[in-house]
Design a protein around this ligand. Sequence first.
Ligand SMILES: [Zn+2]
Ligand SMILES: [Zn+2]
Length: 69
Amino acid sequence: MKCYICNEEGKDSDAVAICIVCGMGLCSKHVIREETEVWTGGYPLPEEKVEHTLPRILCKYCYNVVKKS
Ligand SMILES: [Zn+2]
Ligand SMILES: [Zn+2]
């Protein structure tokens, strides 16, 4: 898979990750990796909380949306 954002810019980079929200491929330059415990949208966490924070792979578009909400 190729990086979607690079592709939009006319470049050709191999994707190293995939945005978990929209599923677009992202190269190492465009990937936004965030360690968070909860979804800002109020995702119902189970009583037994996960021991570690879960890395979230996001593209810049989804990252902005998640940050704003
Ligand atoms: Zn890229
Ligand atoms: Zn995305």
